[in-house]
Design a protein around this ligand. Structure first.
Ligand SMILES: C[S@@+](CC[C@H](N)C(=O)[O-])C[C@H]1O[C@@H](n2cnc3c(N)ncnc32)[C@H](O)[C@@H]1O
Length: 234
């Protein structure tokens, strides 16, 4: 007597269709896992880099220059992944607000995740345009531009927006790297170092009053020194 082949109830066409659905699912899952792993690795790296940065960046003195208190509204313009924004969020407390502004999506995505993980509900994240940081008008107590001023393409425009955003008496603090005085060849942009004198003259031209300046706010030879300038809106 002839034996019948055992059937599993599925014809070859159904089997192929199942594989065609299953394979993209596996690829998608692997892709998702890779993205999550890379994200976790970046978060870990940020933690290490920032702990090292705490030893020389003087974040408490930067916050002090901003004259913040509980309930202040402060902008971190060019926040990146939020080294300063997360610290300032603690300084201004739950009644205050930190508006973290950047033109790039990726660092802002990491800041969003870190803010969630650290339960910082007073952090507002804004993706801005290169010449418009999308700031509220006349209501901000302080603005920080840290390690970012040298990257701005249209500094005059950004300073005008910052001026409009601040309340009267509000502070703007810029921290960046470069010599105290401008030398020949220090064009208005391009490279990483920017002289303090150049920023100071931009700020006075924009209508701010000088509060304080430190040409060697951070001095770590052989690197260029970091300077800090604090101004206020009259
Ligand atoms: C070197 S990072 C500094 C980040 C952060 N302030 C810190 O100290 O860790 C400079 C940041 O400025 C941002 N940036 C550059 N031009 C900008 C602009 N016109 N408006 C807002 N952010 C800007 C960049 O996307 C980048 O995240």
């Amino acid at each position: 007597m002839e034996r019948q082949p055992v059937s599993c109830g599925e014809n070859p066409r159904q089997y192929r269709a199942r594989i065609l659905i299953f394979l993209p699912g596996v690829v998608l899952l692997l892709f998702g896992l890779t993205v999550v792993c890379q994200g976790v690795a970046t978060l870990d790296r940020l933690k290490i880099v920032e702990a090292e940065r705490d030893r020389w960046q003087r974040p408490d003195d930067v916050a002090q220059a901003l004259a913040l208190h509980e309930g202040s509204v402060v902008v971190d313009l060019g926040s990146g992944a939020g080294y300063f924004a997360l610290k300032l969020s603690r300084t201004v407390g739950s009644r205050g607000e930190v508006i973290a502004v950047d033109i790039r999506r990726l660092p802002l995505a990491f800041l969003r995740i870190r803010a969630l993980l650290q339960r910082r509900w007073n952090l507002r994240i804004v993706r801005s345009e290169p010449n418009d940081p999308h700031l509220p008008l006349g209501s901000v107590d302080a603005i920080l531009i840290a390690n970012t001023y040298h990257e701005l393409n249209n500094r005059r425009m950004i300073l005008a927006r910052a001026f409009q955003a601040l309340r009267s008496g509000g502070r703007l603090v810029i921290v960046d790297r470069g010599p105290e005085e401008a030398t020949e060849g220090d064009a208005a942009g391009g490279h990483h170092e920017l002289p303090l004198a150049m920023a100071e003259s931009d700020l006075l031209e924009a209508g701010f009053d000088l509060v304080s300046r430190a040409g060697r706010f951070i001095d770590r030879p052989p690197d260029e020194p970091w300077w800090l300038v604090a101004v206020r809106k009259p």
